[in-house]
Design a protein around this ligand. Structure first.
Ligand code: ATP
Length: 317
């Protein structure tokens, strides 16, 4: 059995983890990135493709694909969900993630505190962030101080969702829900640094939320304990709402305000790029595993244990 992914996002994380756990790896790579991935010693894993879409035609027989953010960005959730690929992750969760209404339903039903959503522009009674449907990386978003400001910034023909704008620190926490060991592991935390929302805007302009990278974060321990509860509630909420299980990694994206209230505004049901900073381990993964354990390796370890227990099909939903 091989572990495969597409050459982008957290591919180095995934394939280096799979390799150390003794799996053969396959990295679907566009020609222009070949030298880059070969420079890390993955030349024998490369399968050169002209378009990421080509992975949909691969024979899924002996490859377990580990999805990451670029799968959805380049291929699209819908095509992936319909594909025959053996995907380590929950297609159902992917579906809920791709739909803004389902996404907020899941966060709310899991009992998480979420930013207030304003159904129509006329309901705006606080500073808001306006989000477009299906945007990636906050493209087309704007912030508005009030209703008039929102009217001024709206683009004709674009549909927006207005959310209370939370002032605070962006905290992204990654978890690993192990089916093989029947437990939730808190894996790491980071701050996603966005240009130029996180830079010092020196004039009154709309910020851009394009992600530059991730900065490691070690949380106050009392806060970490709250995040553990948030992760547990999310797993439980998903089960109650859909009957499904979440296999492996997921991330809850939050903002902590000055009163230490935690607002969850988004989730990702897969490995996130924020885990790239925790190679070879995070403080939390080291305590849990007592060895170097990064997310790509954790995924491979789980696949191995599920294979041994004949439970892998449960994780390939
Ligand atoms: P991605 O898919 O890459 O996670 P996205 O397009 O789904 O991005 P969000 O993650 O919802 O967009 O938001 C992008 C950024 O906008 C966040 O990282 C954060 O900086 C900001 N943001 C989102 N919602 C809020 C909110 N309610 N209050 C304050 N800032 C917010």
């Amino acid at each position: 059995m091989k572990i495969g992914t597409i050459a982008s996002h957290s591919a180095l994380n995934i394939v280096s983890g799979a390799r150390i756990e003794g799996f053969e790896t396959i990295l679907f790579c566009p020609p222009e990135r070949k030298d880059f991935y070969a420079s890390f010693g993955f030349e024998n894993s490369l399968a050169i493709i002209d378009s990421f879409d080509e992975v949909l035609d691969m024979s899924p027989e002996n490859i377990i694909m580990v999805p990451h953010g670029s799968f959805v960005a380049y291929i699209g959730a819908e095509k992936l969900i319909k594909s025959e690929l053996k995907i380590f992750g929950s297609r159902k969760l992917m579906q809920w993630e791709a739909d803004r209404n389902l996404k907020s339903k899941l966060l709310k039903n899991s009992g998480l505190k979420v930013p207030r959503e304003l159904i129509s522009i006329d309901d705006i009674d606080c500073p808001v962030i306006a989000k477009t449907h299906g945007a990636a990386g906050g493209k087309g978003y704007f912030i508005a101080k009030n209703r008039d400001d929102a009217y001024r910034n709206m683009q004709p023909g674009v549909e927006y969702v207005f959310q209370e704008y939370i002032v605070g620190t962006k905290v992204f926490v990654t978890y690993f829900h192990s089916l093989a060991r029947d437990r939730l592991e808190i894996f790491g935390a980071d701050i996603r640094y966005e240009t130029d929302a996180d830079a010092n805007l020196r004039f009154d302009a709309q910020p851009s939320f394009v992600v530059v990278g991730n900065i490691p974060l070690v949380l106050r321990e009392s806060t970490l304990a709250r995040y553990f509860e948030i992760g547990k509630s999310f797993v439980k909420g998903f089960k109650e709402l859909t009957g499904g299980v979440i296999p492996g990694p997921f991330c809850i994206e939050t903002i902590i305000d000055r009163n230490m209230e935690i607002y969850s505004f988004e989730f990702s049901g897969r490995i996130v790029a924020g885990t790239n900073i925790w190679m070879p381990y995070s403080p939390y993964s080291f305590i849990t595993h007592q060895e170097k354990m990064w997310m790509g390796r954790r995924i491979a370890r789980e696949i191995r244990e599920l294979l041994d227990k004949n439970l892998l099909d449960e994780a390939l939903l």
